[in-house]
Design a protein around this ligand. Structure first.
Ligand SMILES: Cc1cc2nc3c(=O)[nH]c(=O)nc-3n(C[C@H](O)[C@H](O)[C@H](O)COP(=O)(O)O)c2cc1C
Length: 263
């Protein structure tokens, strides 16, 4: 259950964050250049691990590319998003910078292609995307994050001409909202926030789970209004078994991009 919001502090930023919900239908209106510049600059100001700034984003304007990405996502509305970004973990630029300073980027001493840097770059990309998302909501735009761009990483890499040492992380579709979905419930705060140590007893983690299952089951996703969404436990259970995405798609595609995910 979402915490009673009566006892929370409030200001505009908090209101924006508490009212955030994914938007998947957009008005057919362009986003003006000043807004685009604002969103992109805000994203650049997100924190960056070791200041590597190892992410980039491709703004997709070409309708054919948008259509292709919508196909990869299996989500037609992606093609209609007025603004569409693909955030990319990017060590390509940093490799070029290091190479300019004499580092042999194809030698064992080169580490920007290691698993650690890969996840660090992904973290940076996600933080930048989230900053952009929050700024967008504060400007009355709506967004949806798109993990489904990774349904076919190799196809996306080819479409966007992503070079060595880059890898797509997430998409972000933005626009003026043309729907007003209900806020999706969240679990009890006490099942996600602990004091000092992880609870030894899992009972607390299951606190009010049946009630939460009912609450989630009553939520109607606007993607399919004909039926309520599955109970939370059922959603988790479905996702708890291997879909093969990492071994089948992500690892080989990342390795083809020059990352050594076992290092
Ligand atoms: C990493 C990530 C990937 C996501 N990928 C998709 C996606 O591919 N398609 C989609 O429709 N929603 C996607 N979402 C949105 C989630 O479904 C959504 O955030 C979640 O159901 C909670 O709903 P809310 O955002 O309305 O609160 C993604 C969210 C995250 C954080």
């Amino acid at each position: 259950m979402t915490e009673s919001q009566n006892n929370l502090r409030s200001n505009q930023t908090i209101e924006t964050l508490l009212n955030r919900r994914s938007i998947r239908k957009f008005k057919a209106e362009d986003i003006d250049e000043q807004t685009v510049a604002t969103l992109e600059t805000v994203a650049q100001h997100a924190a960056s691990s070791q200041y590597l700034q190892d992410w980039s984003a491709v703004r997709v304007e070409d309708q054919d590319i948008k259509d292709n990405i919508a196909e990869i996502c299996h989500q037609s509305y992606v093609a209609e998003a007025p603004l569409l970004y693909i955030f990319v973990a990017d060590e390509h630029r940093n490799a070029a910078i290091a190479e300019r300073k004499g580092v042999n980027i194809h030698s064992a001493e080169f580490t920007l292609n290691s698993s650690y840097r890969f996840s660090q770059a992904q973290n940076d990309a996600v933080l930048a995307l989230h900053a952009m998302e929050t700024a967008a909501y504060s400007l009355d735009l709506g967004c949806v994050i798109l993990g489904s761009v990774l349904n076919e990483p190799s196809k996306l890499i080819e479409l966007l001409h992503l070079p060595e040492f880059t890898y797509p992380v997430l998409g972000l579709a933005l626009g003026k909202p043309d729907q007003s979905p209900a806020l999706k419930p969240r679990m009890e705060r006490s099942t996600q926030f602990f004091t000092d140590r992880y609870p030894a007893d899992d009972t607390n983690l299951m606190h009010d789970l049946d009630e939460f299952d009912d609450t989630v089951h009553q939520y109607y996703d606007l993607r399919n209004t004909s039926r309520p969404v599955d109970a939370f436990s059922d959603q988790i259970t479905k996702n708890a078994v291997d879909t093969g995405v990492f071994s089948r798609a992500v690892k080989p595609a990342a390795e083809k991009q020059g990352f050594r995910l076992d290092h």
